[in-house]
Design a protein around this ligand. Structure first.
Ligand code: ACO
Length: 323
């Protein structure tokens, strides 16, 4: 049985840290409001000229090092992003350009904040069917570039960053043993595009636009859909919540994460939180949180991880990973 194993992880955050108090200097908001409504204390914001492809490239270099591979070993690059380098070609093309190579398949996936679970599933499917041996799956975002900095209801919630994983084909006798992506569940409800969208687009009005959202609606759907995607995937894989060592939800808002935990009756102590430090980095938020848990030693090889996200689309989904 060929399974997809994550063999490397790397993250990159822009140097510039913006605190809630910094935002309160230009917006009618406060540290107290932002912390109590979202759990966010600070976010990293890309410097002028620092782009999605640059953040993604730095994370990818670190993931390759972690996997003890070089770019020459990689046959596929998949980039999950909501904030592409340019309208065309793909952000993956610009990341490959920075590596100075020209081999393999390279493409982007756009599933907003669910991008990492969509990308992971796409990468795993290509590996399991023999189309790829070594895939670099990168999630990179400069959400600050599609943020209306005058709109306090969205500007305080987002940040920039990138995370990458190296995924390799690995022979295992079954799903019971060995590190691997065990399964995924993906959904999107296109009847809900207007709850969270940019007010621009290349074809729509020839601009990239800024984020507009109905916060309370997003909140409600996020809790319901993230929780249901966990339950459906567990049922699909014939597993129970007790078998999950670490829950790594999309880091949009601490209140959403808490509400999902309560709905699933899952212990807070086994949930990885990084929204306080990174804010919502869209597709990059799950690998950034994963790296926090790995680096501080909580997540260990052999642990079973449940990743779950929801974002614009509305899209949502989950991945079960044996680390
Ligand atoms: N600072 C101070 N006051 C603010 C701010 C701010 N930054 N933003 C809004 N307010 C005000 C509002 O204007 C409103 O004032 P009013 O009552 O005088 O009209 C008041 O605060 C309360 O606003 P609510 O919308 O009721 O606040 P709520 O408790 O719903 O929290 C929030 C708002 C944080 C946006 C919440 O709805 C939320 O987290 N929604 C989910 C949004 C999200 O995570 N989006 C990310 C993308 S999707 C994803 O990743 C899952």
């Amino acid at each position: 049985m060929i399974r997809a194993k994550i063999t490397g992880l790397g993250v990159y955050l822009p140097q510039n840290i913006v605190t809630n108090d910094d935002l309160a200097k230009t917006l009618d908001t406060s540290d107290e409001w932002i912390k109590s409504r979202s759990g966010i204390r600070q976010r990293h914001i890309a410097a002028t000229g620092e782009t999605t492809a640059q953040l993604g490239y730095h994370a990818a270099v670190r993931a390759l090092k972690d996997a003890s591979l070089t770019i020459d070993d990689i046959d596929t690059i998949i980039v999950a992003t909501t904030t592409p380098e340019r309208t065309t070609p793909s952000t993956g093309a610009y990341i490959q350009h920075q590596f100075g190579v020209s081999h393999g398949a390279v493409f982007d996936v756009q599933a907003a904040c669910s991008g990492f679970v969509y990308g992971l599933d796409t990468a795993a499917a290509r590996i399991e069917t023999g189309r790829s041996q070594n895939t670099l799956m990168i999630a990179a975002e400069t959400i600050s570039r599609i943020t209306d900095w005058q709109d306090r209801s969205t500007a305080v919630l987002f940040g920039d960053g990138a995370g990458a994983v190296v995924m390799q084909a690995s022979e295992t006798p079954d799903k019971k043993s060995g590190a691997q992506v065990l399964g995924s569940y993906l959904r999107l409800d296109g009847m809900l595009t207007d709850i969270l969208e940019t007010d621009g687009g290349a074809s729509y009005n020839q601009t990239s636009g800024v984020l507009r959202m109905h916060g309370k609606e997003v909140f409600r759907h996020a809790v319901r859909n993230i929780a249901s995607s966990v339950e459906i995937l567990l049922e699909q894989e014939n597993m129970t919540m007790d078998e999950i060592d670490w829950f790594i939800p999309h880091q949009a808002n601490l209140r959403i994460i808490d509400a999902v935990g309560k709905k699933l009756n899952f212990p807070e102590a086994k949930t990885i939180i990084s929204v306080d430090k990174h804010a919502n980095t869209s597709a990059a938020s799950i690998p950034l949180a994963l790296a926090v848990g790995v680096e501080d030693g909580r997540i260990k090889r052999g642990d079973t991880l449940m990743l779950a996200a929801m974002g614009a689309g509305l899209s949502w989904g989950s991945s079960l990973v044996r680390w």
